[in-house]
Design a protein around this ligand. Structure first.
Ligand SMILES: Cc1cc2nc3c(=O)[nH]c(=O)nc-3n(C[C@H](O)[C@H](O)[C@H](O)COP(=O)(O)OP(=O)(O)OC[C@H]3O[C@@H](n4cnc5c(N)ncnc54)[C@H](O)[C@@H]3O)c2cc1C
Ligand SMILES: NC(=O)c1ccc[n+]([C@@H]2O[C@H](COP(=O)([O-])OP(=O)(O)OC[C@H]3O[C@@H](n4cnc5c(N)ncnc54)[C@H](O)[C@@H]3O)[C@@H](O)[C@H]2O)c1
Length: 471
C-alpha cells in the first residue's frame, strides 16, 4: 500500500526545505525525504563553513594589517580554534533546518534515500509514497575532472576541507571559480602557502575589471596563480601531492583541493521511470521549474541553472506557491544577485557590462570609486568601485567590488525589478549570506500572516482536494 501525500519533496537542503515548509504553511500534507544531513550543502559543507572560515581569516588579516592604523598585534592561528568557530556557526544555524522544526509544521520527515517507481510514486526505504506533485531538490556534488592520477591521490573537496585535522602547509587548488578563490584567500590569510591552478582566467564569469581588483588583492597577500594551463597528471600521497601542468612544470603542495564545478546529484533517482529528462548540467526544467513531466518539479542545484542558496530558496518559494495555489509563477532573473565573499567582496546584480553589451549592443556605463567615498577613506580601505549599467535609462545591472559590496546591492534589486513595496521586498532574491537579509526577513514576517492566512489556505485546500480526487 502506498502512503498518500499532496506533495513529496526529495532533499532537505535550501531548496527542498523552503518548498516543503512553504507548502505545509498552506496546509498541504507534505513528505520530505532526506538521505543525508538536514540543511544539505549550504549549512554543512558550503556557504556556512566557508563564510565562517573567511571570517576567521579576516580576523588574522586584520591583526596583521593593524599597524597602519597604529594598532599592533601579531596573530597566532590555531586550526582547532578555527574549526571550533566553524562548528559553532553551523550549530547556531542548524535549528532553522532541523527535522523537529519541520515536523512541528506537520511535515512527515523521512531520513533515507528516495527513488522513483513511477511518476507519482517513490520508493523510500521500505515505504512507498505517492503524491500528485513531486519536487526534486537533490542538489549537486563536486565535479571531479578526468586528470591522470587524480583518483589515486587523497584530494579534498568542499565535503572534506572543513574537517581537516591540520592547517595545510601548502594548499594547491584546482579551479578558479567561487570556491577556489574564496578558499585561496581564507587559507592564505590563515598562514598556508596557496597556489591556484586553472586553465581559464579565474572568475571568468564576473566583470573582468572587478575580478581584477579581487585577484590583485589575493596576489598582494601571496596567493600564487598558475593559469592558462591544464593539469595533466597528479601523483603523490598524504602530505605531498605533485600536479604536472601541460607546459611540463610541476607544482608540489601538502594538500590538493578540487574546486572545478558541480554535477547534479540525480544518478540514483531513476528519473526515466518518471519521464523526467536530464542533460549534462542537470534536470531540464521550464521557467516554472517543471520538468519534462509537468507534475514533477526540479529546483536548486540538481537542475540546469544558477547554483546558489538564495536561488534554491527562491525556487523553493516559487514552486510552493505554484503547487499550493495553482499559480503559474515563473522565475525572474533580472535582479539575480551573486556575491564573492573575498576581501574585497565582488557583488553582481543583473547583467555585467559585457553581458549587457552582448544583449543590447549600446549601453550606458557610469562608475564611482571607493577612493571618493569618505566612509571608505575613514575605514582605510578605498579599493574598488561601483559600476552602473543602463540600457535606455533603465538599470540592467550593477557591479560592486569593495568592502561590504554584497550588502550594497539591496536598493538595486528594487530599482531593477521596479517593485519597491515592503511586500515585494519580502519575496525579493537577496544574496545569501548577507546582513541585507534582515530587511527581507522583517518584510516577510510582516506579510506572512496574510500570505498564509485563512483565505489562501482555503483555496490551497480546494486545489489539493481536486488533485486528490483526480488521482
Ligand atoms: C564551498 C561552497 C560555498 C558556497 N557558498 C555559497 C554562498 O556563499 N552563497 C550561495 O548562495 N551559495 C553558496 N554555495 C552554493 C550552495 O551551497 C548551493 O547552491 C545550495 O546549497 C544548493 O541547495 P540545494 O537545496 O539545491 O541542494 P543541497 O543543499 O545539496 O541539498 C540536497 C539534499 O538532497 C539530499 N539528497 C540527494 N539525493 C537524495 C535522494 N535520492 N533521496 C533523499 N535525499 C537526497 C542530499 O543529501 C542533500 O541534503 C556554496 C557552495 C560551496 C560548495
Ligand atoms: N559566494 C558564493 O556565492 C559561492 C561560493 C562558493 C561556491 N558557490 C557556488 O558553488 C558552485 C561551485 O563552485 P566552483 O568554484 O566549484 O565552480 P565554478 O563553476 O564557479 O568554477 C569552476 C572553476 O574550475 C575551473 N576548472 C574547470 N575544469 C578545470 C580543471 N580540469 N582544472 C582546473 N580548473 C578547472 C573553471 O575554469 C572555473 O574557474 C558554483 O555554482 C558557485 O555559484 C558560490
Amino acid at each position: 500500500m502506498s502512503e498518500r501525500f499532496d506533495l513529496i519533496v526529495i532533499g532537505a537542503g535550501s531548496a527542498g526545505l523552503t518548498a516543503a515548509g512553504g507548502a505545509a504553511m498552506f496546509g498541504l500534507k507534505v513528505a520530505l525525504v532526506e538521505a543525508g544531513a538536514m540543511g544539505g550543502e549550504c549549512l554543512n559543507t558550503g556557504c556556512v563553513p566557508s563564510k565562517a572560515l573567511l571570517a576567521a581569516a579576516a580576523c588574522a588579516h586584520g591583526a596583521r594589517d593593524g599597524a597602519r592604523f597604529g594598532v599592533g598585534a601579531s596573530p597566532t592561528v590555531t586550526w582547532s580554534g578555527v574549526r571550533t568557530h566553524i562548528a559553532g556557526a553551523i550549530a547556531a544555524i542548524a535549528p532553522n533546518d532541523a527535522q523537529e522544526r519541520f515536523e512541528a509544521m506537520g511535515i512527515d520527515v523521512i531520513r533515507t534515500r528516495a527513488h522513483f517507481l513511477d511518476d507519482r510514486t517513490l520508493g523510500v526505504g521500505n515505504r512507498r509514497l505517492t503524491a500528485p506533485r513531486i519536487v526534486i531538490a537533490t542538489g549537486s556534488n563536486p565535479a571531479v575532472p578526468a586528470i591522470e592520477g587524480l583518483a589515486d591521490v587523497p584530494y579534498l573537496t568542499n565535503e572534506t576541507i572543513f574537517s581537516l585535522d591540520v592547517l595545510p602547509d601548502h594548499l594547491v587548488i584546482l579551479g578558479g571559480g567561487a570556491v577556489g578563490i574564496e578558499m585561496a584567500q581564507a587559507f592564505r590569510r590563515l598562514g598556508a602557502a596557496v597556489t591556484v591552478i586553472a586553465p581559464h582566467p579565474p572568475l571568468a564569469r564576473d566583470d573582468a575589471e572587478a575580478a581584477a581588483v579581487v585577484l590583485r588583492a589575493l596576489r598582494d597577500e601571496g596567493v600564487v596563480f598558475e593559469t592558462g594551463h591544464q593539469a595533466t597528471r597528479i601523483v603523490g600521497q598524504d602530505g605531498k601531492i605533485t600536479v604536472t601542468l601541460a607546459d611540463g612544470r610541476a607544482i608540489t603542495g601538502s594538500h590538493l583541493l578540487v574546486a572545478t564545478g558541480r554535477r547534479a546529484n540525480i544518478a540514483d533517482l531513476d528519473l526515466a521511470s518518471a519521464g523526467v529528462e536530464a542533460g549534462d548540467d542537470g534536470i531540464v526544467v521550464d521557467a516554472q521549474r517543471r520538468s519534462a513531466n509537468k507534475r514533477i518539479y526540479a529546483i536548486g542545484d540538481c537542475r540546469a541553472g544558477p547554483r546558489l542558496t538564495h536561488v534554491a530558496g527562491y525556487e523553493g518559494s516559487l514552486v510552493a506557491l505554484n503547487i499550493a495555489l495553482g499559480l503559474p509563477g515563473k522565475v525572474d532573473w533580472r535582479a539575480l544577485p551573486h556575491v564573492l565573499y573575498t576581501d574585497p567582496e565582488l557583488a553582481q546584480i543583473g547583467l555585467t557590462e559585457a553581458a549587457a553589451r552582448e544583449k543590447y549592443g549600446e549601453v550606458d556605463v557610469t562608475r564611482d570609486t571607493f577612493a571618493d567615498n569618505d566612509r571608505a577613506v575613514t575605514e582605510g580601505d578605498t579599493r574598488g568601485f561601483l559600476k552602473l549599467i543602463r540600457h535606455r535609462r533603465r538599470v540592467v545591472g550593477v557591479t560592486i567590488v569593495g568592502a561590504h559590496a554584497g550588502d550594497l546591492l539591496l536598493p538595486w534589486t528594487q530599482i531593477i525589478t521596479g517593485k519597491a513595496t515592503a511586500f515585494a521586498l519580502g519575496s525579493a532574491i537577496v544574496a545569501y549570506p548577507s546582513l541585507s537579509e534582515i530587511a527581507k526577513a522583517a518584510a516577510f514576517r510582516a506579510y506572512a500572516p496574510a500570505v498564509f492566512g485563512p483565505w489562501p489556505k482555503r483555496w490551497a485546500g480546494i486545489v489539493a482536494r481536486t488533485r486528490r480526487w483526480r488521482a
